[in-house]
Write a protein that binds this ligand. Sequence first.
Ligand code: FES
Length: 565
Amino acid sequence: MASGLRKGLATYGDAGFSLFLRRAFIKAMGYTDEALDRPIIGITDTFSDFNPCHGNVPDLIAAVKRGVMLAGGMPMAFPTVSIHESFSHPTSMFLRNLMALDTEEMIRAQPMDAVVLIGGCDKTLPAQLMGAASADIPAIVVPTGPMLVGHHKGEVLGACTDCRRMWAKYRAGEIDEAEIDALTDRLAPTKGTCMVMGTASTVSTMVEAIGMCLPGGGSVPATHADRIRLAEASGAAAVRLARDGVKPSHILTEAAFRNALVVLQAIGGSTNALIHFTAIAGRLGIKIDLEAFDRLGLDVPVLVDLKPSGDHYMEHFHWAGGVPRLLRELAPLLDMTCPTVTGHPLAHTIAGAEIVPGQTVIRTIDAPIATGGGLAVLRGNLAPGGALLKRSAATERLMQHEGRAVVFDGLEDMTNRLDDPDLDVTADDVLVLRNAGPKGAPGMPEAGYIPIPRKLARAGVKDMVRISDARMSGTAFGTIVLHITPEAATGGPLGLVRTGDRIRLDAAARRIDLLVNDAELATRRAAYVAPPAHPGSHRGYLRLYLEQVTQADEGCDFAFCRAEG
Ligand code: FES
């Protein structure tokens, strides 16, 4: 099989001419024949002035290049889409599949024997792994790493759990305009990804657990010299992976996904990670079984004490031993034979775990933070295709709750009415947001963390049961039922709920139910009017997205990108 510069020639009808032309053009960059005859290691360049979570990418690329050269390869960086959470309209999830398509096709189109995927902000590593799984050439991930913590008035702060907490205080009138402004200087004090166990940290932790990055890759802070050394080592590892022909499909096995899901439960991680890993698995023909994931939760205790479920931040997790230390604790629940990009099975990573005396961030299996897992999968007449509840971030007394529905028909309706002093709502009600799913919003925004209505927030209400077909940031907290499937916009029962209906959440029984009889629901269904088409949906990426995006239980990937096509 062709390798290096000879791979994937442009089609001119004469392979010799294609290679001749390629060599002639690339030499314009000053390369020698000796350099061009080495194995080529592609490096994704996801630096963007709009993406501070990737602010260290240039330094990481330089280090990866050094590692590749030291190991006898030829590094070649190439740009792909870069997505930052707060710089993506309408929402980053709308663009994740675009980045996955871009990454897959650029890996395929350009001659490389292995690829180093540098990403970090929430949607980027999932998109890169989706693309790399489909392209299936040797690949290794270098996460950009978490930022360091911030400080404010003697308090340690982190993006973005404390962004939400401080904003809630501002809404409740507990802090003023000047202080909320000052906080924009302090919540995200360095380059790198959010340093709580939000989506980015959850995904990077799971990427390390699944074996796609080197030990430490999931947690070394973005600004530390160790992150640079890890990038250099990853460059060298990429050359080895290319030489040995180890592809993502060799590492991303069913057993490896199960290991990653054990870790997701044990860290009380982001609900988004389940969607992302379902999408990555779907690229390889592997189905993530929601019921099996829920059962895992019954066996796997929450061991990591990080915000938003706990007290600490990613740098504390790292210095407590990071993912290898966590995996060591979870070893009885893991398949230790799974291969990794280190060239050794997972057992080897675990054997190298650092034991830090006296640390309390990573608990032992005998003294967990919570039992019963971080995430619960719910079913019921409101969510026949499933829904998620982040138990570890919920309020215990609300996990069995029956209340009156207060319905918002979409994001605009919610924005217009939520803070109306005349809104008929009490703390015992259940806030319902619909038409905020993959097709309904579109892009399934992180709107599931419905703010507490201002008048209740000012009265001291901190949590309510909130349900939606949207997602929630991994940094958010509360008794929030998400990913209700099927979504309202595709005819899901969430679209039939009316203000005043009773809704029952029973987390122990894994149920979310609308207490309205079947005959009444049938009458409502017959009278149901779907929301109007999204403006601009007749063409372009929005049209492709709306035609192809799947529901949360299939990872919201494009149907035609899944392994079965
Ligand atoms: Fe990029 Fe949080 S905004 S990881």
